[in-house]
Design a protein around this ligand. Sequence first.
Ligand code: BES
Ligand code: MN
Ligand code: ZN
Length: 499
Amino acid sequence: MNLSFQTSSLKSVKADAVVYFIEESKTTFKKRIAELRKLFGKRIDHIIELENFTGKDSESLSILTEGKLASPRLLLIGLGDEKKLTIEKFRRAAARSAKQAKGMKLKHVAMVLPEASETITDVELAKALAEGAYLSLYKYDKYLTENKEKKNVAQLTLVSEKKEIEKEINKVLREVKFVCEAVYLTRNLENAPGNELYPESLAQIAKESAQKFGYRCTVWDKKKIQEMKFGGLLAVNSGSERPPRFIILEHNAGKKNLETIVLVGKGITFDAGGISIKPASGMGEMKMDMSGAAAVIGTMEAVARLKVPVHVIGLIPSTENLLGGAAMRPGDIITHYGGKTSEVDNTDAEGRLVLADALAYASIYKPKAVIDLATLTGACVVALGHYATGMMGNDDELMSKLKTAGEATYERVWQLPMYDEYEKLIKSDVADVKNVGGRWAGAITAGFFLKKFIGKYNWVHLDIAGTAILEEDLPYAPKGGSGVGVRLLVEMLKGWKTK
Ligand code: BES
Ligand code: MN
Ligand code: ZN
């Protein structure tokens, strides 16, 4: 979708529909209707009374403009209580209007920029509207050959009479487009089935993105992974015909005076559980077990296009977790990169095994911070559902940065405790650590397993099992892969202080 700004009015902007946002609160509601009355006369009062439109944040109303406006349709969209307006409310209102326009098969939608307030600026409004609209129009329809909706909104124009904000708004719209395209890429990777997306094809797509947008991509094949002694990645891969890959991405390579941040993404392209096989019901969702990897690729693409002044490394250990004759067994002991050992008590706790190698390896970059993203545990979904990412780590400042970015983007994170007591749950009699911790606190014991392998750096683990894989639609993310992590990390990296 193309995003643009136009200095214009509700009356004179020309699109298939023009969206006008209306607050529910009495005096403001009256003020908005009075504006419309100037254009439509008394007819507007009749319509809103007949349709019982009051500006609630669930309401929308489409009106034919009959030549009173340059656009043939006016779409009134309720914002709800004016005192409770937040950036997220604007994202959702824009999403609602965009989806409605799509339903009406409209190509070009204009939105009148709502009034800025003391707490929300014009630029923030424009960003929220464009984001909400853009993200809500996503659909994974690659494999639909019948009933495929061919039309989608192709143009969104934000409209304001304030000429002076044009430059700033255009700048932010360009950024929104880059970020939303990265979220689309991440969602496409998540939703791609396991027969299309496997370690080699994932690496190929990362390579193409890197080439296109000017960041670096190095891919290790199985031989190199063996040479490097990535025992966790090789053990998980052993039940699979398809070889593993280790993908290394780099933005701002070789630039001095920039701090280094390493992002690590779990890249299990399909997780059957291995010999500790998962139940059949719902197993297909495990094609999305590479959502951490997808978020890292999306983030790298976005920060490269935005030229964010940070040195960012992306590390992706990728394999399937299947059950071939050579598969790892419960009871096996693995030697990871760096030499630490782990006992495999359950082959379905495979994510931590591949992340262990990557986290240990991350030390070579002497990073300021390492953040890993992984659809790591069902326990995290039980604890937080689909509305918050589980967060653990060893550095309060880094966690607070992520918390702030999470509130700003609405990709919210929630910290789980790393109290000492949990650590004994993953003690092993025969190796340095055991890969499962029993029934309780499964998200936390997984975090402790990872902690065993980190180097001397600040680290945060994000368990995105619930937030990446959606079982039903959210306001601007349809069921399936959500693309979570991209907006969160881009927001954090944009705000990263320079050295
Ligand atoms: N990929 C799964 C975690 C998962 C479950 C993600 C549901 C999204 C939705 C992970 O590899 C896994 O299987 N974890 C096990 C760990 C257990 C064996 C300790 C789990 O959560 O059951
Ligand atoms: Mn698993
Ligand atoms: Zn998994």
